[in-house]
Design a binder for this molecule. Structure first.
Ligand code: AGP
Length: 618
């Protein structure tokens, strides 16, 4: 996710921009920039990689007291983090500047069309394409900035929150949004306006705020009435609301912790992850991953796959193994990257190594792919952080596109990675002819329904918070699952360990009787992940084994399951979905459970002791 800030009014704009970016830095930063326009129409652009403080340093010499400006803190989606790719991007004439949060799926096509009309591009970003397109339309139609933006956005496919300025009109900002948030602060009685990705940079200046809706364009002029238009239907009414959130809460979108925000963001970010990749076609669904298209032969003929990753990403890899073997019928191993890098590994001819990483900077995973490459393996990256080391060292890959994850305990990254793995396995299975077309279509259809089903699970948050109280003073917990949900048992245990500091162990449910059952007593909470699948009746037997030893059991069950309710009173229901997708639902209650236990224990949820968000050391 990127952060956008803008201002038009009578104050010097630079401190407003820098201060606003600092409030949005949680949204991610790999670079930042700003464009300032003086009353005489002189525009100055400053950019820097890294934190906003680096941009602030660059602007210290700035003596531009302009009162119009836009600024951006970037979390790369197209193009590596660099000054060139940092926003704002300026049009060919130098008159327009734009900042953007989102992904334009058809930017490559638009770029080619603009190149044929004499436009050149400095960056690798989709954002530069938008500003050149706006300029092109303004030129051929001899229209103003607002008309140019309205027309250009009709040609763009994807998600955007943009702010555009034209130095020839140094009091106006044109802003628009679709699927990416954008808010407008309305100055109280002084004709000034603020724009930002959320209310946090605005709240210190005004409590009056307008939230744009999808496909709405705001025409913002100092000292004039705000105008809002829908790109298809024209002028629309808008509501000026009062910001009523505590400022410290605003940095997290109104949530008390980033982790909780990211758990609740999962429905929205999984839509981002699938956008432009899972599409309705010929009355059914298709999945298109550009990396699979480009490397079809190597992938179709892969002799085997080895997945290397760490922690939560390793748990996603265990599900990836089952997905690839089920849909592609190719032998797949999963290795801890930290072990793989030093083992005397054997890499078969035609073997492909898949590296999974949220940060893309995990030292063990980076070393593992170097070891694989040295032995001739092709490396496929499934990474969230664009332009990260692992993404750049891989031969190809698929970005997860779930926005930066701030909470140290990985949540949306896990579900994003599993979603990519499902898309990958289905796409490759179809190329290999190893997947049943009916199942292919059904699983893809179900994937599109998952965000709404996750929403239904999230609605049980209060019930899960109440359940968490039982765990607050537990010293040990056991998580048990089978098949598709054995990795979920591991992930649930890791979540509890790393943020509540309670020892927890994930185990294959049937394997528990080969030893760990000795641990069972009335003080050991045991959580079963027991959705309706082919092992359902087996896991009920495992539950009985625990009950008969006075164990206290909790269960994640499929909606309307009345059998388990008879033996277990503490249940959380998840909607019906194909077994191969059930981890995407069954993990959510475990994420919330670990969160609420940590909160009940008054621990630092977002920055647990001893942990780092990216383990860039051995
Ligand atoms: C998960 O909650 C942990 N923060 C940790 O296990 C993490 O998944 C692991 O360090 C791998 O990180 P990566 O996905 O960025 O490579």
């Amino acid at each position: 996710m990127c952060g956008i800030v803008g201002y038009t009014g009578n104050r010097p704009v630079l401190p407003i921009l820098i201060g606003g970016l600092k409030k949005l830095e949680y949204r991610g930063y790999d670079s930042a920039g700003c464009a300032i326009v003086t009353g005489e129409g002189r525009m100055e652009v400053y950019k820097a990689t890294g934190k906003v403080a680096n941009l602030e340093d660059k602007t210290r010499e700035c003596n531009n007291h302009g009162t119009l400006g836009i600024a951006h803190t970037r979390w790369a989606t197209h193009g590596v983090p660099s000054v060139t790719n940092a926003h704002p991007h300026v049009s060919q004439s130098g008159n327009l500047a734009i900042v953007h949060n989102g992904i334009i799926e058809n930017y490559a096509t638009l770029c080619e069309q603009l190149k044929k009309r004499g436009y050149t591009f400095k960056s690798q970003t989709d954002t530069e394409v938008i500003v050149q397109l706006i300029e092109y339309i303004m030129t051929i139609r001899d229209c103003d900035l607002a008309a140019g933006v309205l027309s250009a956005l009709k040609l763009c496919i994807g998600a955007y929150a943009i702010a555009v300025i034209d130095r020839r009109n140094p009091t106006r900002i044109v802003a628009a949004r679709k699927s990416s948030p954008l808010a407008i602060g309305v100055g109280e009685g002084n004709g000034e306006f603020f724009i930002a990705s959320d209310a946090s940079p605005i709240a210190e200046y005004t409590k009056k705020i307008v939230y744009l809706n999808d496909e709405e364009v705001a025409i913002i002029e100092k000292g004039k009435e705000l105008q809002v238009e829908n790109i298809r239907t024209g002028s629309v009414d808008f509501e000026i609301k009062d910001i009523d959130l505590d400022l410290t809460m605003l940095d997290k979108g109104g949530f008390p912790h980033f982790m909780l925000k990211e758990i609740f963001d999962q429905p929205a970010v999984l839509k981002d992850c699938m956008r432009g990749r899972v599409i309705a076609a010929d009355g059914g669904y298709r999945v298109i991953l550009s990396a699979v298209e480009q490397h079809k032969q190597k992938l179709v003929n892969a002799s085997r796959f080895t997945i290397v990753s760490c922690g939560t990403s390793w748990h996603a890899g265990l599900i990836g193994k089952q997905l690839i073997e089920h849909f592609c019928r190719i032998h797949t191993e999963v290795a801890y990257a930290s072990e793989y890098r030093y083992n005397d590994i054997v890499v078969d001819p035609g073997e492909i190594v898949i590296a999974i990483s949220q940060s893309g900077e995990t030292a063990d995973t980076l070393a593992a792919i170097e070891a694989a490459r040295e032995r001739g393996a092709m490396v496929f990256g499934i990474v969230n952080s664009v332009g990260s080391s692992i993404a750049r060292r891989a031969d190809t890959g698929t970005y997860v596109h779930i926005g930066q994850e701030i909470g140290v305990a990985s949540t949306k990254a896990f579900t994003g990675q599993v979603t990519v793995l499902a898309m990958f396995a289905l796409a490759l299975g179809m190329e290999r002819g190893s997947v049943d077309p009916a199942e292919y279509n059904e699983v893809l259809r179900e994937l599109t329904l998952l965000p709404d089903k996750i929403e239904r699970v999230l609605q049980q948050n209060d019930k899960i918070r109440d359940m968490a109280r039982t765990f607050t003073y537990a010293r040990n917990c056991l998580y048990l699952g089978r098949g598709w949900n054995y990795p979920v048992a591991l992930e649930g245990a890791l979540k509890l360990k790393e943020i509540s500091y309670i020892h927890a162990e994930g185990y294959p449910a049937a394997e528990m009787k080969h030893g760990p059952i000795a641990l069972i007593d009335q003080d050991m909470p045991v959580i079963f992940i027991a959705p309706h699948d082919r092992l359902y009746h087996k896991i009920i037997s495992n539950m009985q084994e625990v009950i008969s030893r006075k164990g206290r059991i909790f269960a994640i069950i499929t909606e309307n399951d009345h059998t388990i309710r008879k033996i277990c009173s503490d249940v959380i229901e998840i909607p019906e979905t194909p077994a191969c997708l059930s981890p995407l639902l069954s993990v959510v209650p475990l994420q919330l459970l670990s969160y609420h236990v940590a909160v009940a224990k008054q621990l630092d949820v977002d920055q647990p002791r001893n942990l780092a968000k990216s383990v860039t050391v051995e």
